[in-house]
Design a protein around this ligand. Sequence first.
Ligand SMILES: Cc1cc2nc3c(=O)[nH]c(=O)nc-3n(C[C@H](O)[C@H](O)[C@H](O)COP(=O)(O)OP(=O)(O)OC[C@H]3O[C@@H](n4cnc5c(N)ncnc54)[C@H](O)[C@@H]3O)c2cc1C
Length: 427
Amino acid sequence: MSTVDTNRPNRPNRPDVLVIGGGIGGLSAALALTRTGLRVRVYERAAEFGEVGAGLQIAPNCTRILDDCGLLDEATSLGVRPEHMVMKDAVDAGELTRLDLTDLQHRYGFPYMVIHRSDLHGIFLRACGRAGVDLVTSSHCVAYENTGGGARVRFADGRTDEAEVVIAADGLHSVARTLLVHDDPVNSAYVAYRAAIPFDHVRGNGVHEKDVVVYVGPRCHFVQYPLRGGRMVNQVAVFESPKALAGAADWGTPDELDRAFDGMCAQIQKGLPLMWRDRWWRMFDRDPITNWVTGRIALLGDAAHPPLQYMAQGAVMAIEDGWVLAEHVGAQRAARSERTSGVDWEAALAAYEAVRPEHCRRVVTTARAWGELWHHDGIKRLRRNTLLRSRDPYDYTFTDWIYGPTALTPEQEPELYPTIPLGTENG
Ligand SMILES: Cc1cc2nc3c(=O)[nH]c(=O)nc-3n(C[C@H](O)[C@H](O)[C@H](O)COP(=O)(O)OP(=O)(O)OC[C@H]3O[C@@H](n4cnc5c(N)ncnc54)[C@H](O)[C@@H]3O)c2cc1C
């Protein structure tokens, strides 16, 4: 947890922008908007700003933005730049394919990095503090409404606040999203267990010290990568819960964890006892929506596009969202007057909504497809393995559309890759 003072009694002048939610999406958006000269206030429901969880992979489309914000050196000092991303079969531990992350950095100009979530969150929190973002905790937002020329929020304790624009970065269960669509999170029936532990605990277990390794298996997968300069290792164990499929309420419990990985390779068996067993993350996404803005209220991050995590792009997309919005704000801003910030919000929000939902739709749907690909069994598993083994590790068809520069306009959005030739009607 951070030491930034979030309980100053005197709040500064009326802000131009309110951001609801102080996760990675909310804080990075607040920072990006503040850098354009706006006054931004962030409201977080929890009593402290912080992130629960373990590691995060951040691809070049994110490290490019960190660099633009002057935060890449700090992230590099806290994270790890792995050498390879290796995919193995979870059953026999045979290598299927790999990415050379040094070559990848040359191709995209920025590194692939892994970092502890709380370190990345802390980087944004400190940067917000330095930039003068007003950071307010213990504020549970329960309602949003447009006003003439702005928007207002109401908190559970009766307080209200308003500004020219409200950015709702309130996560998977976003309250603001209900202004745009009445949908429910989609339950994948998969659950993730995590562990971030000292590397010494896994030395001798055949863990790669400098690589991200993903073991893909029938209805399960297992991820390992180094954290914090290699002093720690991050492990993620993901599996389909039979109890979830049966409709039980208490699904994903630890008794299901070991059974799900029965028959998987020795490297995974050595990693499983080290997983945290007192908490787990049920995996939900939502069907993509193309409308993220209503009046002066805009969705951002998981509130707009919660993905399954198979592309490792959820936090990355959230960071891109705020950066894109800020780029348009910067371009569409006249001089501040006494009454307004000078931003043409209609234009900035329209430009944001013109480009981000389609990109995120592609990521969310591709993540679902990756999940299917990773979790195949039987003949489909063998066919997948053959295809992946024959892949040229220096073929970037599957990453160019995502790791290149973040599009600011629909015209800049690259082509999506061709369909994976895996499924057949008989398969
Ligand atoms: C197992 C797993 C692994 C993942 N790995 C990766 C990865 O490698 N790379 C990657 O990019 N992404 C990854 N993700 C996805 C990533 O964690 C999320 O997409 C990202 O954290 C979303 O950030 P956010 O700020 O939009 O939402 P959140 O992190 O959910 O933050 C929302 C914030 O809003 C606050 N809030 C909620 N409601 C209210 C309210 N009513 N009022 C006020 N505040 C409120 C919450 O307390 C929270 O602080 C992974 C996810 C999982 C589950």
